[in-house]
Design a protein around this ligand. Structure first.
Ligand SMILES: Cc1cc2nc3c(=O)[nH]c(=O)nc-3n(C[C@H](O)[C@H](O)[C@H](O)COP(=O)(O)OP(=O)(O)OC[C@H]3O[C@@H](n4cnc5c(N)ncnc54)[C@H](O)[C@@H]3O)c2cc1C
Ligand SMILES: NC(=O)C1=CN([C@@H]2O[C@H](COP(=O)(O)OP(=O)(O)OC[C@H]3O[C@@H](n4cnc5c(N)ncnc54)[C@H](OP(=O)(O)O)[C@@H]3O)[C@@H](O)[C@H]2O)C=CC1
Length: 502
């Protein structure tokens, strides 16, 4: 880093996504006199609006893409620099940007997010979706497509299989059921009929804060157990990167293919991708399994481990994210977790002095609460950015700070297949081993309620539909009350559980 240092800021934040912007806001309001720089690769920044604390740990908010001037007007001591950081020197406490400028920092927070994991690199027929630009590329390619293959079983795949119309979708999942990152097989079974229905037959829209960008503009309680209602006690065992998209990113974007069909999704279970071929490669491959007349019909072919090969217009790689740790690692000694995130302690500090990290780029490596786990989600990016800002300020002011309460209990509100979905604690019995029980209540087409009990105490829950149970269950999980005496009554729809535990 030979260039001359242009300026030294007390705080430098890298990344204008939710984590970075929330960190900036927190620092700027806590120490208004401090010089703060936000260095970000994208042209816009993300802003949280209409923030609503739904319960002690559940939160909802809108996300808007905005010009950075809005933030600079609000915080006079803030300078926003629109350029990617191309190198970091933790010894000299400096960062160099792609446009050749060098800035010093007293404390730095890396909030550079993540990028989609791709099944193969540099293949024009394999798309990842992350930011507004990649969403536009996807939309454009889809408008001419008759068949696409979606690989992955998490958030993006769940959203796409439901939203894409006018195009045949082949959905390749490596599990026995859909949506493994968010649900168990029971919930998957509850949701599957929604995939088979037409758009007009879908569940009534649920209310949820919307994701907007400037450019994209973008039953009452049942009285009886019905035939379809099941209450069960089950055994256990079941280019420059822009900011990531978020809630309802597909609202206001037409996700329509070239066909007249409404939606046609077929799921290929328990399979992984063996190979992706172009037409020419397939013709020259000695082991090709397709009938010759099919070869050449599609621009790309995907061979799955179940022996099937499908031709399609393109493949969507929805197999998770890789933290954006480049170029921060070069020449430094950051400790990196197995998932490639920058390891942070309970004050969001990395292994390098005066360097913090928050959001998708980092991996929480403190002793985690037994009811919380990291997932790379919008809410956690906001919480981590906010807490990192508080820690940075506290360290400068020589104040002590305790790990924030939001890391006590995992909670997430979202929407899948147009159902409201609330996840609490160890919602999938993560890490509990065989020593747990599941209680399930299900009303077809209406609600799916699952609680996870360990040692008689509630440790997690999945609530799909308008159940109104989230606050009560959150309290029961946080209180760790012994629920053994209540048994299955806990999910009896004839009991108003809120009054019961008042
Ligand atoms: C399609 C999609 C749908 C999603 N839906 C949901 C949802 O419904 N609910 C939910 O909770 N989460 C959702 N997520 C996840 C959520 O969007 C992310 O977890 C969250 O936005 C991460 O925020 P972040 O600030 O850590 O990173 P990002 O939003 O990725 O921001 C990173 C920032 O760093 C900048 N940057 C990167 N490298 C550099 C560099 N070298 N120098 C300078 N700047 C750099 C980028 O330009 C960007 O501004 C979704 C994600 C995707 C892709
Ligand atoms: N509504 C919401 O909350 C939404 C959240 N998001 C977030 O955005 C980010 C990106 O979403 P997405 O890409 O769907 O990531 P997710 O982490 O949600 O899901 C990735 C999925 O791909 C599977 N997978 C991993 N590697 C392979 C492979 N080689 N072949 C086949 N499948 C594989 C994973 O299985 P396994 O888990 O077994 O590794 C998992 O099912 C995530 O952080 C996600 O949480 C996205 C959309 C909506």
């Amino acid at each position: 880093m030979a260039c001359k240092k242009e300026k030294t800021f007390q705080f430098v934040i890298v990344g204008g996504g939710i984590a970075g912007v929330t960190c900036v806001e927190q620092l700027s309001s806590q120490i208004p006199s401090a010089g703060v720089a936000l260095i970000t690769a994208g042209p816009h920044i993300k802003a949280v609006t209409n923030y609503k604390q739904v319960s002690r740990t559940l939160e909802e908010f809108n996300v808007e893409e905005r010009p950075s001037s809005v933030l600079e007007e609000k915080f006079p001591n803030l300078t926003v620099i629109h350029s990617a950081v191309k190198s970091l020197n933790t010894q000299s406490h400096t960062v160099e940007t792609a446009d050749g400028r060098v800035f010093g920092y007293k404390k730095l927070c890396i909030c550079s997010g993540g990028r989609p994991k791709l099944l193969t690199q540099d293949n024009p027929y394999v798309l990842g979706i992350r930011d507004t630009d990649s969403a536009k590329v996807f939309q454009k390619q889809l408008s001419n497509a008759k068949r696409i293959v979606i690989v992955g079983n998490g958030g993006i795949a769940l959203e796409l299989v439901y939203e894409v119309e006018g195009c045949e979708v082949i959905w390749a999942v490596k599990d026995k059921a859909i949506g493994n990152t968010f649900f168990d097989a029971g919930a998957a079974q509850f949701l599957i009929p929604s995939l088979e229905s037409n758009k007009s037959e879908r569940a009534a829209p649920c209310k949820r804060p919307r994701y907007t960008t400037e450019e994209a503009a973008a039953a009452g309680a049942l009285q009886t157990f019905t035939a379809d209602r099941h209450l069960q006690r089950q055994g256990s065992g079941v280019t420059e990167p822009g900011s990531a998209l978020g809630p309802d990113w597909h609202e206001g974007i037409v996700l329509r293919g070239a066909e007249q069909v409404s939606r046609r999704v077929s799921v290929e279970y328990e399979c992984e991708v063996e190979k992706i071929f172009t037409s020419e490669e397939l013709l020259n491959s000695p082991q090709q399994t397709l009938r010759p007349e099919n070869v050449g019909t599609w621009p790309v072919y995907i061979q799955l481990s179940n022996g099937q090969t499908f031709g399609c217009d393109f493949v969507v790689s929805a197999i998770g994210v890789v933290p954006n740790t480049e170029p921060f690692l070069h020449g430094n000694s950051f400790a990196v977790a197995d998932d490639a995130g920058l390891k942070v302690d309970d004050h969001m500090v990395t292994s390098e002095p005066d360097v913090y990290a928050a959001g998708d780029v980092c991996t929480a490596c403190w002793e985690l609460s037994s009811l919380w786990q990291q997932m790379r989600l919008w809410t956690q990016a906001r919480q981590m950015g906010w807490y990192a800002g508080r820690c940075m300020a506290a360290h400068v002011l020589s104040e002590t700070i305790e790990l924030d309460f939001c890391f006590e209990l995992f909670s997430h509100i979202t929407k899948f297949f147009n159902y409201k979905v609330v996840l609490l604690g160890k919602f999938n019995a993560q890490g509990l081993g065989p020593d747990h029980e599941l209680l399930v209540r299900c009303t077809k087409g209406q609600e799916y309620v699952k609680v996870v009990l360990s040692g008689g105490k509630m440790v997690g829950a999945v609530l799909i539909g308008e159940t109104d149970l989230e606050e009560t269950f959150e309290n029961l999980i946080l209180n760790q009350m012994d629920l053994t005496p209540y048994g299955e009554e806990l999910l009896n729809p004839n009991i108003d559980i809120e009054d019961y535990f008042d």
